[in-house]
Write a protein that binds this ligand. Structure first.
Ligand SMILES: [Zn+2]
Length: 414
């Protein structure tokens, strides 16, 4: 039995072997991975993960929404649980690191603590959350844990719900039982997630570890400009009610306004459709989907008001009508200050270079933070590439991050 807890380190070779084996499940040409939530590949990854949990002598826990965990129980059955994890699902042809690193590192930390013969003061749980990426419903598993998913929620106009229900059923997830995945806040000590940054900040600053202090809020809109179809040749410029001109002015204006007035904000328009969609007809209708993000909820709301005003200005300027429909709004999250300090002290003890960082992507930690204190550790993504087969994080950073995670768990729970 090892007695010097501060010397406890992850088994890097074993973690790497797990990483390589998992990357084979759903592997695509070019080094990517397709493990869409509830697909054959995702189910195979789950059963592979369950095997690793059993092999390590940990308890397998599979909840009503398909979240899959390895448990290292505390002696006191009434103790709270420290949850640690991320997700094994990916986007289509995504990278090998996104999500996977967080689940595998959590498992490795529990294995090390168990094989060192240490008795945790709190139950430790390494968890893989169902459908983080939103193949069916974004952040599905973590939202179920905080009680925000019920059978009635399996309705989303963007997707074929019959197929979603069938996929859930095939994975052994029963709609009437979804609500039972909810955990009581008083039974959970907190949540930790190790994840790649998926941006360039750490890479550019040559920093080893990012300690997430805020996760961006995000609002999405459907915006439709309405004009009038007309002959492309015979209609004078003054007579046109060109919906696409208004939409184009809005897109350019939105980027300009956000960069000038909201230095920490970002806006994106990645979908445009035009009716009647004919090169020789003045567009009668232009529909956009717009999303914008900011790490502060009040400022996100200011951005929203400014973008609505901009759309109205653009409609007026081009003699159009505009309709705006708010589709989604997720508030920004400020991560637990206590956990930020715990991770900082773990970084100091490990001698790694760290910095505070805001996350511009959504994560399970953002959902868990709504119920219990959550902390997040970011690893550098080379060139910031993610959701892409070329996603890459240097192994030394993964090892550092896993050791910071292990030390944080030791400080909190062992
Ligand atoms: Zn992820």
């Amino acid at each position: 039995m090892e007695t010097d807890c501060s010397a406890l380190r992850v088994n890097s070779a074993r973690l790497r072997a797990d990483f390589d084996a998992l990357a084979e499940i759903g592997a695509t040409v070019g080094g990517g991975v397709s493990r869409l939530a509830l697909s054959n590949e995702d189910l195979e990854a789950r059963s592979w993960f369950a095997d690793r949990i059993e092999e390590a002598g940990l308890q397998v826990k599979d909840d009503e929404v398909g979240n899959l965990s390895g448990l290292l129980p505390a002696e006191d059955a009434q103790a709270k649980t420290l949850m640690i994890g991320s997700h094994l699902d990916t986007v289509p042809n995504g990278g090998r690191y996104d999500g996977a690193i967080g689940v595998l590192a959590a498992l490795e930390c529990l294995r090390r603590i168990k094989e060192a013969g240490l008795k945790p003061r709190y139950h430790l749980e390494a968890i893989n959350f169902t459908d983080e990426e939103g193949t069916w419903k974004s952040l599905f598993g973590s939202n179920a844990i905080i009680g925000k998913i019920s059978a009635n929620d399996i309705s989303d106009s963007l997707h074929d719900n019959m197929a979603f229900r069938a996929a859930l059923y095939r994975a052994g997830i029963m709609l009437p039982e979804l609500g039972n995945a909810r955990r009581k806040a008083e039974t959970v000590l907190g949540f930790l997630e190790l994840h790649i940054e998926q941006g360039k900040t750490l890479h550019d600053r040559q920093c080893d570890i990012g300690i997430v202090d805020r996760i961006v809020g995000r609002t999405t809109y459907n915006v439709a400009f309405y004009g009038e179809a007309a002959h492309a040749g015979t209609t004078t410029a003054e007579e046109r009610h060109d919906a696409l001109q208004g939409a184009a002015a809005f897109i350019i204006g939105a980027h300009k306004r956000v960069s000038e007035e909201f230095s920490e904000g970002v806006v994106n328009c990645g979908y445009v459709s035009v009716t009647p969609d004919s090169f020789n007809v003045v567009p009668a209708e232009a529909s956009l989907r717009v999303e914008f993000r900011h790490p502060d909820t009040a400022t996100l709301d200011d951005m929203e008001a400014r973008l609505i005003a901009l759309a109205e200005d653009c409609a007026r300027a081009y003699r159009l009508e505009v309709a705006m429909e708010r589709v989604m709004h997720r508030a920004a999250e400020r991560m637990s200050g206590y956990l930020v300090r715990q991770i900082e002290s773990a970084c100091r003890a490990e001698g790694v270079r760290c910095m505070s960082i805001a996350s511009y992507s959504g994560h399970n930690a953002q959902i868990m933070n709504q119920m219990v204190p959550a902390g997040m550790i970011f690893l550098p993504s080379v060139d910031g590439i993610s959701h892409n087969p070329r996603e890459f994080t240097e192994w030394r950073h993964i090892e550092m991050g896993a050791n910071v995670l292990l030390r944080t768990i030791m400080q909190l729970a062992v």
